[in-house]
Structures are given as structure tokens and as C-alpha cells.
Design a protein around this ligand. Structure first.
Ligand code: HEC
Length: 173
């Protein structure tokens, strides 16, 4: 007598399991529409700090035209990794760390100045370049290390810097 409700619950449970199992099989076979949709929308999720707008402004700054290409997005991503590996211990985009904040650097300096600077800043300082001497002096003659990076890698780093959004509050500096 008492085993009846238990038996009923068991068979309901079994039925549920059977339904769920069948549904899983259907999903696996892509017969259920939303399963495929979920997979398709998945890769858009990763933590990309790069917004469409910021890439547009990067494009504008580079004078490369208004097109937003996958190539540019890839370059920014490469620059992100290179920045974190080589520069982030002394630089941030929007605030001074050991070295200056790098936001707007491509407006202050051309890429043809920046590439030799990153490769060997002391050589640029030694050449008597006015800007280089001034920034070197301002930062207590603390020499930035030289980097064995390619022109393209350095360009990627500044593409990444330009793609970073400005802070919400204007910097009082
Ligand atoms: C060990 C600390 C350190 C590291 C690492 C470093 N920098 Fe610097 N950077 C400095 C300092 C300090 C200055 C200020 C100039 C000077 O003292 O020579 C500077 C200056 C600069 C400037 C000039 C900024 C301006 O406003 O004129 C740029 C551009 C720059 N660094 C880019 C980079 C990039 C790109 C990397 C990574 C590839 C990097 N730095 C890695 C310390 C560093």
C-alpha cells in the first residue's frame, strides 16, 4: 500500500529522465533549432575591451579610411598582448605609472618617431631630439628599456593604445 506512491514517483521520474534523454539526443543531432543558435552566438562573448566606436576613432587617427576591417581588429588584439607583455609594468593608457600615460601618444608623436623610440629610446635621446630629451629629463632620466620588436609589432601596440576608450572623467593634468 505504502509502496504505491513511491512506485508512482519512480515511474514519473523515469519518464522525466527518458524525456530529457530524448531531448539531449535531439539537440545533439541539431534537430532542435536553438542549440545551433547558442553555438553561433557564443564566440561574440569573450572579454574584448575594443568597442566598434574606438576602432573607428583609431581608423580616423591613422587616416586609413572609415572601413572597419577584421585586419585592424586582429592588429589591436596583437597589440593588446604585446602591450601587456612588454609595456604594462611601466605604462598604462590613461594614467601615469613609471612612464607617461600613453593615451593620445600618436597625436603627440608620429609613428616614425615612436618606432625608433621603442626600439632604443636612449639612442633617440642621445641624438639630441628635443622632445625625447625633454620627456627623458621630465621622468628623472630614467631610461626606458630597448625592445627587440618589429615595426609591425610596435605599430600594433599603438593601435591597441588608440583603441582604448578615454576615461569617463577628464584627466586634470
Ligand atoms: C621599465 C619601465 C618601462 C617599460 C617597460 C616601458 N617604458 Fe616607455 N617609458 C618609460 C619611461 C620612464 C618613460 C619616460 C621617458 C624616459 O624616461 O626615457 C617612457 C616613455 C615612453 C614613451 C614616450 C611617452 C610620451 O608621452 O612622450 C613612449 C611612447 C613609450 N614609453 C612607449 C613604451 C612602449 C610601447 C613600451 C613597451 C614596448 C614601453 N614604453 C615600455 C618606462 C618604460
Amino acid at each position: 500500500m505504502r509502496s504505491n506512491p513511491v512506485g508512482f514517483a519512480l515511474s514519473v521520474g523515469m519518464a522525466l529522465i527518458a524525456v530529457l534523454f530524448g531531448f539531449t539526443l535531439l539537440s545533439a543531432g541539431s534537430l532542435v533549432g536553438f542549440a545551433a543558435d547558442d553555438v553561433a552566438s557564443g564566440p561574440a562573448a569573450p572579454d574584448k575591451p575594443v568597442s566598434k566606436d574606438s576602432i573607428m576613432s583609431l581608423t580616423k587617427a591613422d587616416g586609413a579610411g572609415p572601413a572597419l576591417s577584421a585586419e585592424e581588429a586582429a592588429r589591436v588584439a596583437a597589440g593588446d598582448a604585446l602591450f601587456k607583455a612588454n609595456c604594462a609594468q611601466c605604462h598604462a593608457v590613461n594614467e601615469q605609472v613609471v612612464g607617461p600615460a600613453l593615451a593620445g601618444i600618436t597625436k603627440r608623436r608620429s609613428i616614425s618617431w615612436l618606432i625608433p623610440w621603442v626600439k632604443n629610446s636612449s639612442k633617440v635621446v642621445a641624438s639630441g631630439d628635443e622632445y625625447a630629451v625633454a620627456v627623458y629629463t621630465k621622468y628623472n632620466k630614467q631610461q626606458m628599456p630597448s625592445f627587440a620588436l618589429s615595426d609591425q609589432e610596435i605599430t600594433s601596440i599603438f593601435a591597441y593604445v588608440n583603441a582604448q576608450p578615454a576615461p569617463a572623467v577628464a584627466l586634470a593634468r
